[in-house]
Each structure stands twice: as structure tokens, then as C-alpha cells.
Ligand binder design. Structure first.
Ligand code: SF4
Length: 468
């Protein structure tokens, strides 16, 4: 069979209070999950598999139909994020408008969280939960043989079908082949804060043992690929001249031992690349940061979220203000760049002064960059359940949206203490307070190595300040 895996455009992403520049950052990454899926299916089945990244060029539905028709897809598989459901449904309709399409399959985070709702969407033949490699292979085999795809682990073929108890998840990440990045136009993907060279994302682990209540990362048991497997992937990137890497693991430093082992392998092989990573502040110490720097780490992104211990406790972040300050000071001393992520409009921020404390704390930490978001609790998170219990949030609008996605849907913020407009004003104030400081501007100018750096940073800064 001919399978076309489609990343839908991000034209109608639901209105949350995440700054557009941050959203745009996420949509400029390569479609790594689809690459992993396509690479495995090509290696293990005889089906023809290709990828259409409709997000990269923001294709309209008519163009998506044309591309599906040109490819002659029997089956169209679509990545599904909850915030993109409107675009997903437009893509489903575009797939159905192509005369070749016999089946449409959805997979991705929304299908993991809300499989029954996803399988009830009009035009959808089946939904895959968890890792799609083996379930998709079994689905394609069944359809090719003209059989009903019943009882395939991880597959739901309709809202009335029994739900598979578990999504299919491998515990051996080395079992999967290295994603073939040449299946898309890999030269066109960029990182907002990247070096300007060819860029890609890499995932080295799955799961997170922490319990932050606002986070919808599935609480899966932590598994990591081996340092050898990860470095094989890095070598494959270098062979394509991609030397700017963003490790997008949910939490890179679940243990320091794992990070040391990976850095040792990068150093042993002499891999010449620079990388950015997302980490927690717990466990950050001098030997770790020194080793990471030696292995090419140039910047660490820390989810700080709040500027008070009370705020951190309410979100069950599991870190303290002191630990955060130590981690940022350590990185500064050792010359590793930092990005601090903060949220405003959280349950503990009941006055303007509370939010100002978070902003002042962000400045005191002296990160190289800061990203502020307005907290938007998502269904499936502990915080959302707490909001419903406390009468602050409602589930019904979300259920209506997930059953019939509409472009005018707006995700509710935690509006117990501030209106949405007040939060937006505070968000603008937070960005201005951090980025419009002479000290910040002078610091950035001093660090410039190349005029293209100035252009890139000015562009990133402008987007953060204006695109909301
Ligand atoms: S926010 Fe980060 S550390 Fe917390 S649960 Fe989510 S992935 Fe884990």
C-alpha cells in the first residue's frame, strides 16, 4: 500500500496565550516522529511510505489534496495535536477529497490522551495510540489483504470499538533505526536561537518521573537510548552537515550518570557539533556542566516557571528558588548560555505584585534569554483537574471542541485572579521588563561573534516582543 504521512499545517492552531514566536519555534522543527515512523516502515515492510510536511509551507487544503493525489496515497496518516485539531480536520477532509485515499489514520499526542474522541471524528478510519510503527504495519497489512483491522494492539477503529488497554511502547529505544532525515527537505528547518547552520532535533529518551501538575507529558517510565545509539544518530546528522542539535527530551538530566555517559561518548568520538538541551535544575553541578560544555553544549533551557517557593510548590515542580539560582549561577560562571521559561497567571499569583515578583526574579537570575507564557491548563493535566474541582476551569468547552473542532475556540486561562486582557498586559510587561534593559542589550552586543548573529537575535527578540 502507499502511505503518506502528513504533518498538518498550523494555520488554525487554537488560541492559547503562548507567544506566537514560541509557537513558531515549535513548528519550525523537523517532523521527527514521522521521520522515525517512515524510516521503520520502510525498513520492516514492503509498503511505500513518504512524508508531506504541510506545516513547513503552510499548505492550504486544496494543495494538500493535490499532493496526496500526486503521490497516489491509499492511506493518509496524520499527526494530531489537540491544539491543531482544526487543521487536522481540514487535512482529513483534504485527504478524503483525493480519489485515491481509502483510509485515514490519526496518531500523535491527541490520540494518546483522547483516543475515543479522536476515533469518533468524521472521516477517520482508525486511530493509533503510542508508538505507531508496529500498529501501522499491521493496519496496512490488514487493509491490503482486504481484512477488517480488528484486535490490533494500539489501534482503535471506531468510538464503539473496545479501547486497547495499553498503547504500544517499546522499552528498548535502541531497537528503532536512526530517523532518515533526508525523507524531508532537512536543510529548511531552523531553530529560533540556533547558530544559523543546519539544525535538527534529536530525542534520546522517553518519559519523565516528575510530577509537575501543569505538564501533559505522559508519565511514562523513563527509558533512554544508549550513548552509542545516540552518537550513531549524531554522526548521521554530521554526515548531512547538520551540526546544530536540539535535544528535545522532556527531561534530559533525569540522572547525571546518563548525561556524563553521553558526553563521554561524544568526546571519545570527537564529534564536532553544538547542542542545546532542556533540563531541570536538580542535580546540576560543576562537573556536569563542565563535561557538557566540553562535549559541545552551548545552551541549557530550564523550566523555572515561578519566582517564589510557594508558586513552585503549588505546581509541584519539585525544585526550590535556591536550587534554581545555583544552577543559573553555575552556568554563568562556566560560560554555558541559559534560557529560563516562566509562567504567569498561575493559581498562586493573585495580585499584580505577585506577578511582578516573578518578573523581578527572572531578571535577577540573569539568563541569556527568557520566555514568559500565560499559564493555559490543558485537560489531562493534574492542574486542569484541580481547576475544575475549584470551579475555575470547565471541561465541557474542551469536550465540545474535541468532538467538533472549531476555529473560534479559545483555551481558558486560569482567570481566577486576572482577566485574559490583564494577563496579556502583564505578559507584555514581563517581556519589556526583561528585554528592554540596557544591560541586556549591551550584554548581547558584547557576545556577538558574527553580524548574522545580530540579525538572528534581533529577529527573535522582535518576534517575542511583538507577535502576540
Ligand atoms: S514539566 Fe518537565 S520535569 Fe515536569 S513533569 Fe513535565 S517533563 Fe517532567
Amino acid at each position: 500500500m502507499r502511505l503518506l504521512l502528513v504533518r498538518p499545517p498550523a494555520r488554525n492552531t487554537i488560541e492559547t496565550e503562548v507567544p506566537k514566536a514560541v509557537e513558531a519555534e515549535n513548528t519550525s522543527y523537523p517532523p521527527l516522529a514521522l521521520l522515525a515512523l517512515a524510516t521503520w516502515l520502510r525498513a520492516h515492510t514492503t509498503h511505500h511510505v513518504s512524508i508531506l510536511d504541510a506545516q513547513l509551507d503552510e499548505l492550504d487544503p486544496a494543495e494538500i489534496t493535490r499532493r496526496i493525489q500526486d503521490y497516489g496515497a491509499d492511506v493518509v496518516g496524520i499527526t494530531t495535536f489537540t491544539v491543531q485539531l482544526v487543521d487536522v480536520m481540514q487535512t482529513v477532509r483534504a485527504a478524503r477529497a483525493a480519489s485515491c485515499t481509502k483510509h485515514v489514520v490519526l496518531g500523535g499526542p491527541h490520540c494518546n490522551d483522547f483516543p475515543a474522541l479522536a476515533s469518533g471524528l468524521s472521516g477517520v478510519s482508525a486511530v493509533v495510540r503510542g508508538e505507531g510503527q508496529r500498529p501501522l504495519a499491521a493496519l496496512l497489512d490488514a487493509w491490503e489483504a482486504g481484512q477488517e483491522p480488528l484486535d490490533i494492539p494500539g489501534v482503535i477503529t471506531g468510538p464503539d470499538q473496545p479501547m486497547p488497554e495499553h498503547a504500544v511502547l517499546s522499552n528498548d529505544l535502541d531497537d528503532y533505526p536512526i530517523p532518515d532525515r533526508t525523507l524531508v527537505d532537512y536543510r529548511r528547518y531552523t531553530g529560533l536561537l540556533g547558530t544559523g547552520g543546519l539544525f535538527t532535533t534529536v530525542v534520546t529518551s522517553r518519559g519523565c518521573p516528575h510530577q509537575c501538575t501543569f505538564c501533559n507529558t505522559p508519565r511514562l517510565k523513563f527509558h533512554s537510548a544508549s550513548p552509542a545509539h545516540i552518537c550513531d544518530e549524531l554522526e548521521a546528522c554530521i554526515a548531512l552537515d547538520i551540526r546544530d542539535i536540539y535535544f528535545v527530551d522532556d527531561t534530559f538530566n533525569v540522572t547525571n550518570k546518563r548525561v556524563h555517559a553521553l558526553c563521554d561518548e561524544i568526546l571519545r568520538r570527537g564529534l564536532q557539533l553544538t547542542w542545546t538541551v532542556r533540563m531541570r535544575v536538580n542535580g546540576v553541578d560543576r562537573p556536569l556542566i563542565e563535561k557538557m560544555k566540553a562535549a559541545g553544549c552551548t545552551r541549557i533551557q530550564f523550566g523555572v516557571e515561578q519566582g517564589t517557593d510557594a508558586g513552585l510548590e503549588r505546581l509541584r515542580k519539585g525544585v526550590t528558588i535556591d536550587e534554581i539560582e545555583r544552577a543559573f549561577a553555575m552556568c554563568r560562571q562556566l560560560g554555558v548560555g541559559t534560557v529560563a521559561y516562566f509562567m504567569i497567571g498561575t493559581p498562586t499569583e493573585s495580585t499584580r505584585l505577585d506577578v511582578l515578583r516573578t518578573i523581578r526574579y527572572a531578571i535577577r537570575l540573569q539568563p541569556d534569554f527568557v520566555m514568559f507564557n500565560i499559564l493555559t491548563p490543558f485537560p489531562g493535566t493534574k492542574l486542569f483537574d484541580e481547576g475544575v474541582e475549584e470551579g475555575v476551569l470547565q471541561l465541557e468547552p474542551w469536550l465540545a471542541f474535541m468532538g467538533d473542532p472549531r476555529a473560534d475556540f479559545r483555551a481558558q486561562v486560569w482567570d481566577q485572579h486576572f482577566t485574559r486582557d490583564e494577563l496579556r498586559d502583564l505578559l507584555a510587561l514581563a517581556y519589556r521588563s526583561f528585554y528592554w534593559r540596557p544591560r541586556f542589550v549591551m550584554g548581547q552586543l558584547r557576545q556577538l561573534r558574527d553580524p548574522r548573529d545580530l540579525l538572528r537575535k534581533a529577529k527573535a527578540g522582535l518576534r517575542l516582543l511583538t507577535d502576540r
